[in-house]
Design a protein around this ligand. Sequence first.
Ligand code: ADE
Length: 243
Amino acid sequence: MTLILAALDGELTTIRSALIKPEERDWRGLPVVCGSLPGTRGASTEVVVGRTGVGKVQAALLAQHLIDRHDPERIIMAGVAGSLRNDLDVGDAVIATATVQHDIDVTSLGFAPGAVPYTNYHVVACDPLMPSIASRLVRQARERIVTGIVASGDQFIDTPEVRARLARVYDAACVEMEGAAVGFVAHVNGVPFSLLRIISDHANGKAANFKEVLELAASRVWHYLSQMIPFGEESDRVTAQEE
Ligand code: ADE
């Protein structure tokens, strides 16, 4: 079973409408839907789809609950992000190679920016499967798809100064508010984690029409994920590397 998470309902609309035999329930006010998703080559995959709400705490909370309850084989988080690279525009995709919490800062005690003090957790690697599939998607896509580090924190970034700092300090491609929290929980539980982000803005205060962007992001998320089902097929890794 694959666990699919997003922060907002608007990021999940296309996935939810593609679900076969959806069964919806509620956990502590958060909607969770079980079902299966159709994929390529006639295959389908069992999924649980959860909406975490915004921010690292809520995201970690639902991720841990759904891991305990469903024991997923993998977790995929998807949604929007602010671009930290000048060559990434609205609608482009970032597939995370790793995540980092940009708002944990104990540098005054000598810890590196983003390091979780007294642990080995700093920049947490994602499952290499999705970045390896990215090379196949890149050739078929009209929009730009890149792989890179995703920085997460409990702020909506909207100033050029903070944007420049995050890009420089973390070498991150984009910024959002949940990915590193779910990546951390997944890592601690030994569950492979993938993160797909569609650029919604430039993290500089000049945000586009958010409602329209959410619709665009939801359709792009499903466009890419549907090409990856059944997730985790060994042939995908081989094909991507051989091409
Ligand atoms: N998600 C989408 N855009 C964002 C931004 N600029 N900062 C934080 N999270 C975001």
